[in-house]
Design a protein around this ligand. Structure first.
Ligand code: SAM
Length: 272
């Protein structure tokens, strides 16, 4: 049996198409999302509707973003789904979520994400966090480990800091390759990301935070004294209460925010 063909559709690798087929996993995701009748809810990459169908049973309306033209057409022609769906045949990476949500009408987002774009897609979503209520995503297991990682662990990195800066990360369940068709080569996991209502961390400019993280974690084996020397002197690091012999993975999110603010102040001083 050709495992690339599901319901007559040949899976397209470039769109990261691994369709869910395990009803237990599908049921688990729907329970985790817990869709409510009047939710402003949106699915990224509905594909062959493995999640779309059961979620649609709980809600009045469901928005979906699907890049694959053939799959979008199938959804339009589905007599059960079409009346409930608002279909955006677009690239989710370029989608402006302000078109479907506002601060008073936050959107709930879910999806079994195409793994090839999951990190840039989450970054795109974090920038629009103020209008998102929560997100439930199927990702590579290894990515979920990185999202949830704490300082002093090997998985802790840029992705952990940025994700936890914007959201509370709650891993939900691990999923085996056999739950998909075609089966991916890696383990997967479902995660819930809830944007902070009251941000626990503050920075003057998140671009400075991204810059510090990029430089620190590019050379994660070096001490911060060495890895961050292009941005800060040893004295400046010490003035923030940082031990210069620490490595990138030893710093907390609060400490990265302190560094980002020092960088911001230095840049502003230079411009004056
Ligand atoms: N939700 C379905 C399921 O669980 O079986 C399909 C999941 S499949 C992993 C990813 C889906 O995202 C596919 O339908 C694919 O066509 C769609 N997709 C890929 N890249 C996309 C993008 N940039 N924007 C929107 N959808 C995309």
């Amino acid at each position: 049996m050709n495992d690339k063909v599901t319901y007559g559709h040949t899976a397209r690798k470039r769109f990261g198409q691994n369709f869910l087929q395990d009803q237990n996993v599908i049921g688990g995701i729907v329970r985790a999302v817990n869709p409510q009748k009047n939710d402003n809810i949106l699915e990224i990459g509905p594909g062959l509707a493995a999640l779309t169908m059961p979620v649609s049973e709980h809600v009045d309306k469901l928005k979906v973003i699907e890049l694959d033209r053939d799959l979008a057409q199938r959804l339009r022609e589905n007599p059960f789904l079409a009346p409930k769906l608002e279909i955006y045949e677009q690239d989710a990476l370029k989608f402006d979520f302000h078109n479907v949500a506002s601060e008073n009408n936050k959107v709930r987002i879910f999806g079994n994400l195409p793994y090839n774009i999951s990190t840039p897609l989450m970054m795109h979503l974090f920038k629009q966090c103020g209008i998102i209520k929560d997100m439930h995503f199927m990702l590579q297991f290894e990515v979920v480990e990185r999202l949830a990682a704490c300082p002093n662990s090997k998985d802790y990195g840029r992705l952990s800091v940025i994700t936890q800066y914007y959201t509370k990360v709650i891993p939900i369940m691990q999923v085996k390759p056999s739950a998909f068709r075609p089966a991916p080569k890696v383990m997967s996991a479902v995660v819930r990301l809830v944007p902070h209502q009251v941000p626990p961390y503050h920075t003057k400019d998140v671009k400075c935070l991204e810059r510090v993280l990029q430089i620190a974690f590019n050379q994660r084996r070096k001490t911060i004294n060495n890895s961050l020397c292009s941005l800060f002197s040893s004295e400046e690091l010490t003035s923030l209460g940082l031990n210069t012999q620490l490595r990138a993975e030893n710093l907390t999110i609060e400490q990265y925010c302190l560094l980002a603010d020092m960088l911001f102040d230095k840049q502003n001083l230079q411009e004056k």
